[in-house]
Design a protein around this ligand. Structure first.
Ligand code: AMP
Length: 170
C-alpha cells in the first residue's frame, strides 16, 4: 500500500506559503485507512499500552481507531476551553500560529504507558506540549505515532529522546 497517492497537497492553506497535507482522500478509502491503522498500531502488542493520547482534531481520527485495535483507553488532548472537567494546559507554537493543549487531570495515572498520536509531525511543538502534559501527570510516553512527517521542519529533533514513527516523509 502506497499512501502517497492518498495525500493531497493544498498550497497556501490555511496561510500563504503553507502546503497543507490533506488526509481526507486516505480517510475516504477503506483499504488505505485500514492499512494506515495497521501500520500505526503494529509496534504495540495488545495490553502493552494503557492509553492513546490523541491530539485535536485529526489525531482523534487515528487515535480512536488505534485505541480500539489495541484494547486500550483513549485520552483527548484538546484545544483550550473544550474539556469540561479539571484540566492542565501547555502552550506551544506550531507551523502556522500559537496554541495550547489541555488534558483532563484524571486521564492518566502514574506510570501508565502512553502512545501519543497525531496525523502530522511538523515543527514538533504540538508533540512536545502533549509529552509535557502526559509527563506532568506522571505517565510514561512509550511512543509517538504520526501518519506524516515533514522532515525539513526537524520536529523529530525536538523529541529525539522518544521513539517516533511516521508512515510518510516529505
Ligand atoms: P507542529 O506543532 O508544528 O508539529 O504542527 C503539527 C500540527 O499542526 C498537527 O496537528 C498537524 O495536523 C498540523 N499541521 C502542521 N503543518 C501542517 C501541514 N503542512 N499540513 C497539515 N497539517 C499540518
Amino acid at each position: 500500500m502506497r499512501f502517497e497517492s492518498f495525500i493531497r497537497d493544498i498550497p497556501d492553506f490555511p496561510k500563504p506559503g503553507i502546503i497543507f497535507k490533506d488526509i481526507t482522500p486516505l480517510l475516504m478509502d477503506a483499504a488505505a485507512f485500514d492499512a494506515a491503522l495497521e501500520r500505526m498500531t503494529k509496534p504495540y502488542q495488545t495490553g502493552s499500552v494503557d492509553k492513546i493520547v490523541a491530539i485535536e482534531s485529526r489525531g482523534f481520527i487515528f487515535g480512536g481507531a488505534m485505541a480500539r485495535r489495541l484494547g486500550c483507553g483513549l485520552v483527548l488532548a484538546r484545544k483550550p476551553g473544550k474539556l469540561p472537567a479539571d484540566a492542565i494546559r501547555e502552550e506551544y507554537t506550531l507551523e502556522y500560529g500559537t496554541n495550547a493543549l489541555e488534558i483532563h487531570t484524571d486521564s492518566i495515572r502514574e506510570d501508565e504507558r502512553v502512545v501519543i498520536v497525531d496525523d502530522l509531525l511538523a515543527t514538533g511543538g504540538t508533540a512536545l506540549a502533549s509529552i509535557r502534559l502526559v509527563e506532568r501527570l506522571k505517565g510514561n510516553v512509550v511512543g509517538l505515532e504520526f501518519l506524516i512527517e515533514l522532515d525539513f521542519l526537524k520536529g523529530r529533533e525536538r523529541i529525539r529522546q522518544y521513539p517516533v514513527r511516521s508512515q510518510l516523509h516529505y
